[in-house]
Design a protein around this ligand. Structure first.
Ligand SMILES: Cc1cc2nc3c(=O)[nH]c(=O)nc-3n(C[C@H](O)[C@H](O)[C@H](O)COP(=O)(O)O)c2cc1C
Length: 386
């Protein structure tokens, strides 16, 4: 073989090996230089579809990073390898739950799922705001519906024996005349496959949905849902979580706390928060004028403050999953100290890829150690106890 040919083979082999290694180890620089820009060349919804395609066809690598033992968390009798979950909205149809779990999330939330299939709003309905690392979406619950998503999760959980933690996030159909029964149907349908349920009454893209956060509507909703959970989940009471909006007034917040502090309506957890209709720190971006819910960096402070408010309003008795603009370990730690027991991310994953997850976990471990905490549990609500 000529020396040039040998050199060619050695160089190409080296390049392939190096690319492969960077790809499977979720190398931060590699993803930021090649993978993310590749996805960002597509329109945001096409990029979302490409991610789902990659997950379906085994193109998302499994993480080889070992979670630090001190990040193990136990809540509702469920053991989480780490406290960082994937927020609802990415795996809406339960198509790539296992692939996403294997990326290193401590849990994956599927949905929001509506009882009947529905197309959601017209496209375009997702917008990137690059300079503020945020997204505006007005998907409007595009959903394959309960039956189809249930079959996928059943196949995963019952037939493939997948033991990762899967939350089922329930929504309502746009044209539904009875929101309460939409959620109750969801509890019945998914009782055999859900590790926890989320009652999503805070998406800004379904008309009237957020009115379910009002006192009397919430009481009616929760009493029916809790009854259904107790009836259909048998001995093992699947945790019920309520996902709330960051746009609540002070009175709304007090009312919600009054309702859930009452044993009759007590949920097992809160998810704080959904996207905001307010436009903070994004006015110089033309996409900021698009209607819909804003997520990512600009939501960070608002959601952390809301976590602290609810931690106090519920006397630390109702566990909180903190979500909104977590991009690094500091952001994650601030939410834990504000009162969150678990966390979720979405937008930072889109902007940075899977390396963001490893970075958050590493940084969180360091921050806990610096403050001499032995576990997440020790730090929950630390800033509210001062
Ligand atoms: C494109 C997109 C779609 C979303 N869809 C849902 C949804 O269907 N149900 C839901 O409860 N939250 C949904 N969310 C909200 C996220 O779950 C999360 O609460 C919010 O994005 C804040 O977290 P982040 O700043 O880490 O993205 C969606 C968010 C985005 C960006």
């Amino acid at each position: 073989m000529s020396p040039f040919r040998s050199l060619f083979y050695i160089t190409s082999g080296g390049c392939i090996l190096c690319t492969g290694t960077n790809f499977i180890t979720f190398n931060d620089k590699f993803y930021k230089k090649y993978i993310i820009p590749f996805f960002f060349m597509c329109d945001p919804e096409q990029a979302h579809s490409l991610l789902i395609f990659s997950g379906k066809y085994g193109l998302i690598p499994k993480s080889i990073y070992k979670d630090p033992p001190m990040l193990k968390t136990k809540l509702w009798d469920i053991s989480f390898n780490n406290p960082i979950g994937l927020a609802a909205g990415l795996d809406k149809q339960g198509e790539i739950t296992k692939a996403l779990y294997n990326v290193g999330f401590g849990f994956v939330e599927v949905g929001s799922i509506t009882p009947l299939p529905q197309p959601g709003n017209e496209k375009p309905r997702v917008f990137r705001l690059l300079n503020s690392q945020s997204i505006i979406n007005r998907y409007g619950f595009n959903s394959d519906g309960h039956d189809v998503v249930f079959e996928r999760l059943k196949n995963l959980k019952l037939h493939q024996n997948f033991d990762g933690i899967v939350g089922v996030n329930l929504g309502k159909n746009k044209e539904s005349k009875n929101a309460v029964s939409d959620y109750v149907e969801g509890i019945k349908k998914f009782a055999s496959v859900a590790d926890y349920f989320v009652i999503n009454i805070s998406s800004p893209n379904t008309p009237g949905l957020r009115d379910l956060q009002k006192k009397n509507a919430l009481k009616g909703l929760l009493s029916n849902i809790i009854e259904a959970r107790n009836e259909y989940c048998g001995e093992h009471k699947i945790p019920l979580l309520l996902k709330i909006s960051p746009d609540l007034t002070d009175q709304d917040k007090k009312n919600i706390a009054d309702v859930i502090n009452d044993k009759r309506y007590q949920v097992d957890g809160l998810i704080i928060s959904n996207t905001t209709v307010k436009r903070v720190e994004v006015y110089d971006n033309p996409n900021a004028l698009e209607p819909g819910g804003l997520s990512g960096k600009p939501l960070q402070e608002t959601s952390t403050k809301l976590i602290a408010e609810f931690y106090k309003l519920t006397h630390g008795a109702i566990p909180i999953i903190g979500v909104g603009g977590i991009f690094n370990g500091q952001d994650a730690y601030a939410k834990i100290k504000a009162g969150a027991s678990l966390l979720q991310i979405y937008t930072s994953f889109i902007y940075n890829g899977p390396s963001v997850l490893i970075n958050i976990k590493k940084e969180l471990e360091c921050l806990l150690r610096e403050d001499k905490y032995n576990s997440i549990a020790d730090a929950i609500g630390a800033d509210c106890k001062k």
